[in-house]
Design a protein around this ligand. Structure first.
Ligand SMILES: O=C(O)c1ccc(O)c(O)c1
Ligand SMILES: [Mg+2]
Length: 630
């Protein structure tokens, strides 16, 4: 399969777009007409630029409002087409994509449209060119790929073919069966786009919310299965109109595009056991069994304050690194690593970001295979010097320049705590353990424009599912929140981003000079006992207003005793059927970071209903300078 990407996907000037496309290892490019019109140079200059970058202009598009026009407009559209063929000749492109007519002047009728395409095909063929027809979901007469196919079939010309654009087909919920019986050599182009499920007019949905396959919720896989049944092996191109992509980094969005194709096509060949020509087979999705540790990059001053918090939360110092200024803190199955070393990655991270999470370590089935898959998906590998006798734990770059380590049993990487650390023996008796058992979830705050990048990063590498995006109300604006999690819940990650500068999530980005882990939720099996112990340990919890408990009383059947226990502990509560959820928060620590403690009783969510209460409580304690005081 040949793959390509449309210039319309990316931000920047045409030159920047093409450079980003070449850097992301694409070969083919669809030049969107507006990118040519706004370019300050001739089509020949563009041709040279494309060639110098080792690219090929696979498609020029779109040619609009063509078929079914009455005279005198009909004569005009043909002369307009000839002008575009001239441009394409200069551009070195032999393929014009025509989208269905939206003009109120256009006349319906499959045969009329077919006759127009036959004539256009004749004219194109005279120049050694080809044309293909796409049904826009909002086309005036043709808005269904089956009608576009009938037009192409009746045009019956070798230079006239069909375009299948996954968005237009899936957005309308058109039945995919008919794709299977289209002869593959008449499908000249497949355009790929995913999108979130929204109820909105097709045009606005398409022009602002498309995204790369894997980032949205459309049935892209079913579309690919139907396409594969035809034996299609032609040109498959990404065509995304997305406001965030237009505001994001062209280079990183282009890499995301390549990653999404590698991921989608690899899934296709795994699902159907039919190899995709020219595509390497990736190791399977990495099975993640949870978080082995979270590492904080600290200096000595912040480390001592942080270790005081950890002690309050019931952690004990369980080991010191054999060659670095690094300690391991432990409670239940939770490991927190505090790195104060004066050299290496964590130190540089601390200099840039201040005290913050610099790495996560995930437990996987097979760490070498995970890294191989990551590299195959164009993720960035990371390596640094390893001390003698210490384990070389494979890692990739994650959010905000942080690291993700992969630890498995197979390669013996799980011996980390004995190999690299000198264990500290402690007796359980005199510790102030608070009954915390595991990492429940982590939340990462990021720039709004990079949210889809990291979503794709996680879903392509790990066997995780994503939930639909939720809008969470913060006193300073709206935060978009989306979860990726394993089926069994052993790994749960919340991605947060906001377009307002005043939300807590945006303020965190300013505080730590970049995106990162803003909060960590730790699990307990008895929230009331845990809260009691935290109070004994002197941990300050986030105060929750009385109104919240008044409302709980009104909308639940909790007993007065339960309600007063919740209120006394500043515990938030949620219920889903018979499932129950309890949450408490520490006050916000240095750099905008905080801990949450949760108890789940069969509950699968994250207490979304409580998030605005918590955000308001946090904002009250640390108002934003630019915001009115609450
Ligand atoms: O939104 C549009 O106008 C438009 C143009 C060209 C396409 O290929 C398409 O899918 C949509
Ligand atoms: Mg299209």
């Amino acid at each position: 399969m040949q793959t390509a990407i449309a210039t319309v996907c990316l931000s920047g000037t045409l030159e920047e777009k093409l450079q980003a496309i070449a850097a992301a290892q694409f070969k083919g490019v669809e030049i969107f007409e507006n990118d040519l019109l706004s370019f300050n140079g001739t089509p020949t200059d563009v041709r040279r630029m494309v060639e110098d970058l080792g690219l090929v202009t696979s498609v020029f598009q779109p040619f609009r409002d063509f078929e079914g026009m009455p005279e005198p407009q009909r004569a005009k559209v043909f002369s307009r087409a000839e002008r575009k063929f001239d441009v394409m000749q200069e551009l070195g492109c032999d393929f014009l994509m025509v989208c269905s007519n939206v003009s109120s002047d256009s006349l319906g009728g499959i045969d009329r449209a077919a006759a127009d395409f036959r004539e256009l095909g004749e004219r194109a063929a005279a120049r050694g060119m080809r044309v293909a027809f796409e049904a826009l979901a909002w086309g005036r007469h043709v808005n269904d790929y089956r009608d576009a196919w009938e037009v192409v079939r009746r045009a019956d010309h070798p230079a006239v073919g069909l375009v299948l654009d996954s968005f237009h087909i899936l957005a309308r919920g058109t039945d995919l069966t008919a794709i299977r019986s289209i002869p593959k050599d008449k499908i000249f182009l497949v355009q790929m786009a995913d999108a979130p499920v929204l109820s909105m007019d097709y045009l606005s949905w398409s022009r602002h919310y498309r995204c790369f396959p894997g980032q949205g919720e459309l049935a892209v896989d079913a579309f690919m299965d139907a396409l594969q049944a035809t034996g299609f092996d032609g040109l498959l191109s990404l065509e995304i109109f997305n406001d965030r992509f237009r505001a994001g980094s062209a280079r990183s969005v282009a890499v995301d595009g390549q990653r999404s194709l590698l991921f989608m096509l690899d899934q296709l060949q795994k699902r159907t056991a039919v190899p995709v020509t020219g595509l390497p087979v990736l190791p399977p999705w990495a099975t993640c069994q949870g978080v082995e540790f979270v590492e904080f990059a600290m200096d000595e001053r912040s480390a001592s304050a942080f270790e005081h918090v950890l002690t309050g939360l019931g952690f004990v110092k369980a080991g010191t690194h054999r060659s670095k200024e690094v300690t391991r803190w432990r409670q239940g199955n939770i490991n927190i690593v505090v790195n104060c070393d004066k050299e290496g990655f964590a130190h540089s991270f601390n200099i840039t970001h201040g005290p913050a999470v610099c790495a996560l370590a995930l437990r996987v089935d097979d760490a070498p295979a995970t890294i191989e898959r990551a590299l195959g998906l164009l993720d960035q590998p990371f390596q640094q010097a390893v001390g003698p006798g210490e384990l070389d734990i494979p890692a990739v770059r994650g959010l905000g320049g942080s690291l993700i380590y992969f630890i498995d049993r197979k390669s013996g990487l799980d011996r980390l705590w004995d190999r690299d650390f000198e264990p500290i023996e402690y007796s359980n008796g005199d510790s102030a353990e608070a009954g915390l058992t595991t990492f429940d979830h982590l939340s990462q705050s990021m720039f709004y424009e990079e949210m889809l990048t990291w979503l794709l990063f996680y879903v392509s590498l790990l066997d995780v599912k994503k939930t639909p995006v939720q809008a969470v109300i913060d006193p300073g604006g709206v935060v978009q929140s989306q979860v990726v999690e394993t089926q069994d819940g052993s790994f749960r990650l919340v991605l947060n981003a906001s377009q307002s500068r005043h939300t807590q999530s945006s303020r965190f980005l300013t505080d730590m000079f970049g995106s990162g882990v803003q909060h960590i939720a730790l699990a307990t099996t008895d929230i009331f006992a845990t809260v009691e112990q935290l109070k004994v340990n002197g941990v300050e919890l986030l105060p929750i207003p009385e109104n919240y408990y008044e409302d709980l009383e009104a909308r639940t059947d909790l007993s007065e005793e339960d309600l007063s226990r919740l209120q006394a502990g500043d515990i938030l509560y949620d219920r889903d059927g018979a499932a129950e959820f309890f949450q408490v928060y520490t006050k916000t620590l240095e750099n905008g970071f905080f801990f949450e403690i949760v108890e789940r009783r069969d509950y699968q969510g994250f207490g979304a209903a409580n998030a605005p209460i918590r955000l308001a409580a946090q904002t009250r304690l640390a108002p934003h300078p630019g915001m009115p005081r609450l």
